[in-house]
Design a binder for this molecule. Structure first.
Ligand code: C2E
Ligand code: MG
Ligand code: MG
Ligand code: MG
Length: 281
């Protein structure tokens, strides 16, 4: 197969190659090294206050620095991890890396919270919370510096089944967000069952929101809904000024997207936090 670089610098496999079973088998075999040699690293994207552009937190996004195939986005390996029985190992890997990063940033006087993505399967691991709390304690990090972003799984992990586990995280002080809100069938059941800190509106509702009054209506309703649950809305995938302005008019306070900053290495994120530069309004 050949790896191609597209404009954003990803190694992209051609459509044919993505479907190629051999490629998948190869990547699956490579997963051992990915975790043991720490080839998977966390990049960070800022979440900003829309009104003043200040960074309110960062989201950790996994990238695989593959030794021969280049930089691989999560779309190329998260599913493989889930299918290969390593989902618990990977969840712990991401948590451990994020907490180490919080520690490094604390040592630099930077106290920005980190949100990380977990698969709903991770909440089936009964000792994940203990694992997380132990690491937080060892690194002397407050639990409220960590947030878990959870998507509705396409599979059958049941919200009622994992809500006890999520509530335990919440009670320990760890923050919760519902990711890609609006894309799954059970979004409403999620927020009626859980006391979450943030609702992240999926970027499909932000794309075109400048002109599309139906999308505006959906987003306004989510903002109202969130207000009544006392949680905050974060708009995902803001790519231009007019989207940002529209969202501000609608009462959305926080956002994330290429207009502000793309995901970047931990080093670049640190430099941006140190500069404490307000991002574009
Ligand atoms: P997500 O958590 O909803 O993350 C947002 C995705 O949107 C990221 O893609 C980000 O790079 C991209 N994005 C941000 N701003 C914009 C924008 O303005 N326009 C566009 N078009 N895209 C934008 P990425 O990094 O490829 O991640 C895709 C998904 O993979 C994530 O969606 C998340 O569900 C999953 N993922 C990423 N890291 C992890 C991880 O460590 N563990 C697990 N379980 N899943 C992860
Ligand atoms: Mg996310
Ligand atoms: Mg999302
Ligand atoms: Mg997503």
């Amino acid at each position: 197969y050949e790896a191609k670089q597209n404009r954003s610098g990803w190694s992209m496999f051609s459509e044919r190659n993505i479907q190629c079973g051999r490629q998948r088998l190869k990547l699956r075999a490579d997963l051992d090294d990915a975790l043991s040699e720490r080839q998977i690293k966390l990049h960070y994207q800022p979440k900003v206050s829309l009104k003043d552009g200040h960074i309110i937190g960062v989201e950790a996004l996994a990238r695989w620095y593959h030794p021969t195939d280049g930089l691989l986005p999560p779309a190329h390996f998260i599913e493989l991890i889930e299918q290969s029985g390593r989902v618990q190992e990977f969840g712990r890997y991401v948590i451990a890396n994020a907490i180490e990063q919080l520690d490094l940033w604390h040592q630099q006087g930077l106290f920005t919270p980190i949100a990380l993505n977990l698969s709903p399967y991770n909440l089936l691991d009964p000792s994940l919370l203990d694992f997380t709390l132990r690491l937080l304690k060892n690194h002397k990090i407050e639990a409220n510096k960590l947030e878990i972003e959870l998507i509705e799984s396409a599979t059958s992990v049941n919200i009622e089944y994992i809500s006890q586990s999520l509530n335990n995280f919440k009670e320990a002080g760890i923050k919760l967000a519902i990711d890609d809100f609006g894309t799954g069938m059970s979004s409403l059941s999620y927020i009626s069952n859980l006391n979450v800190n943030h609702i992240k509106i999926d970027r499909s509702f932000i794309d075109g929101i400048e002109q599309d009054i139906r999308k505006q209506a959906v987003v306004s309703s989510v903002i109202m809904l969130a207000n009544s649950f006392e949680c905050e809305v974060i708009a995902e995938g803001i790519e231009n000024k007019s989207q940002s302005e529209r969202l501000i008019e609608m009462g959305c306070l926080y956002g994330q997207g290429y207009y502000y900053a793309k995901p970047m290495t931990a080093e670049n994120m640190q430099a941006m936090l140190q500069a404490d530069a307000a991002l574009p309004l």
